[in-house]
Design a protein around this ligand. Structure first.
Ligand code: ZN
Length: 417
């Protein structure tokens, strides 16, 4: 059987045929070089306007890397023609296997990009004996294609969030779509200022913004202000998981301070190794942590009181009636304000300040996927952590759209992976 029989099965072109194939050895690696020839009476297409045009001349043969097989690199060898287009002048022809100046075949780029969803880029480069830069280029191409072809129709709920990246030194602002049928990363940018989020609304456009019914965010002030200004008709909801995260940070603060105090006064270090028992939900504790927590609760410590206040607040989310939930919230805040635990009091104050937005949670909870922001954030962290090699914002941005953007792909006649 000829190599071209297989190639015609997986990647057939209308106006080109495969010529002879040659197995070479280059830099200690086997390499399959397959000649591609234009069909005898096929007219070349102008690469700008895609109209069939008379040939002008032929350039030197060029290599295009194709999907490797059996650990053998595969290249197409083709001499590009130039056309004399009536509209565009003398222009290089359009070929169906590659785009623009790319040296990788389009199929090979999609092949690498698809693997880059399952493995980190370094692993992909290693598995297919190519470079990190080639994988980066391939994913960049796939993301570009996806962004151009994605639909932004029917976005009715978004979640705005700030996330740390670059080894925890810098912030990104991310906007997710959190409609029940479609959860994906819509947009991201550096920083977390008012200016950053305004950038989103400018890009998203007025008509789409007007169609937004829900915006979910944390209590970060610049976001609150921009959302109020740009999307006043949408129901603004404060996210549950952010509120829980703020309480956990407060408990951490109280615990660290109290633990230091106990040691300084020469008491038993009862708070040692207690961090996770206090931050995790009780149902997620290990047996050992369970015992530790039970032990801790015997002490009259600020940390323990802060923990009990946090656990008490969990009931808030279980209310069916927003009215009674509001009653509970007010009572809880009052209790916390009397607690003399400063970090918790700070939370109670901000919950009071944003009471309306928190109560909106009850109006939105059955209509949008409010938990989606947390889930998408967790995935995002996995990507930014895995991608230690992403020194630039550009690479991070591409990787995030690639894994979280739910971007479309073209239809292929053959699936390579
Ligand atoms: Zn043209």
């Amino acid at each position: 059987m000829h190599v071209k029989t297989i190639l015609n099965r997986v990647e057939k072109f209308k106006s080109f045929v495969y010529g002879k194939a040659e197995l070479l050895e280059e830099n200690g690696r086997p390499l399959l070089l397959v000649e591609v020839l234009p069909r005898r009476n096929g007219k070349p297409l102008c690469s700008r306007c895609e109209r069939a045009s008379p040939g002008y001349d032929t350039l030197a043969a060029r290599r295009f890397e194709f999907v490797p097989v059996w650990g053998i690199a595969v290249f197409f060898l083709y001499s590009m023609r130039r056309v004399n287009c009536a509209l565009c002048g003398i222009v290089v022809e359009k070929v169906p296997w590659a785009e623009g100046k790319h040296r990788l075949c389009t199929s090979y780029m999609w092949f690498l990009a698809r693997w880059a969803k399952r493995l980190c880029w370094t692993d992909v480069a290693e598995a297919f004996q190519t470079s990190w830069e080639q994988v980066f280029r391939a994913v960049g191409y796939a993301v570009q294609w996806g962004l151009v072809h994605r639909s932004l129709k029917d976005v009715s709920a978004i979640g705005v969030d700030e996330v740390l990246w670059h080894r925890g030194h810098k912030y990104l602002t991310v906007v997710y779509q959190i409609d029940q049928g479609c959860k994906r990363l819509l947009w991201l940018a550096r920083d977390r200022t008012e200016e950053t989020l305004r950038g989103f609304f400018v890009w998203f456009g007025e008509a789409r913004t007007r169609a937004l019914r829900f915006v979910c965010s944390d209590m970060w002030k610049p976001y609150l202000e921009v959302v109020a200004e740009k999307a006043p008709e949408a129901l603004h909801v404060l996210d549950r998981f952010h509120i829980v995260a703020t309480m956990n940070r407060a408990i951490d603060e109280v615990r660290a301070k109290e633990a230091r105090g106990l040691v300084a006064k020469g008491y038993q270090p009862v708070l040692k190794h207690s961090r996770w028992c206090l931050l995790k939900r009780p149902e997620n504790l290990t047996d050992k942590q369970d015992v530790k927590l039970a032990d801790l609760l015997r002490y009259n410590l600020k940390t323990v009181r802060a923990y009990l206040l946090k656990e008490d607040f969990q009931f808030f989310w279980n209310y069916v009636s927003p009215h009674w939930a509001g009653w509970f919230l007010d009572r809880w805040c009052k209790k916390v304000m009397r607690s003399r635990i400063a970090p918790m009091k700070k939370i109670a104050l901000s919950l009071r300040n944003h009471r309306e937005l928190i109560m909106n949670w009850f109006r939105a909870r059955n209509l949008v996927s409010l938990g989606a922001v947390e889930g998408l954030n967790n995935k995002l962290k996995v990507v930014t952590r895995k991608s230690y090699g992403f020194r630039t914002f550009e690479a991070t941005e591409i990787a995030l759209y690639h894994t979280l953007g739910a971007l479309p792909q073209p239809e292929f006649a053959h699936r390579f992976c």
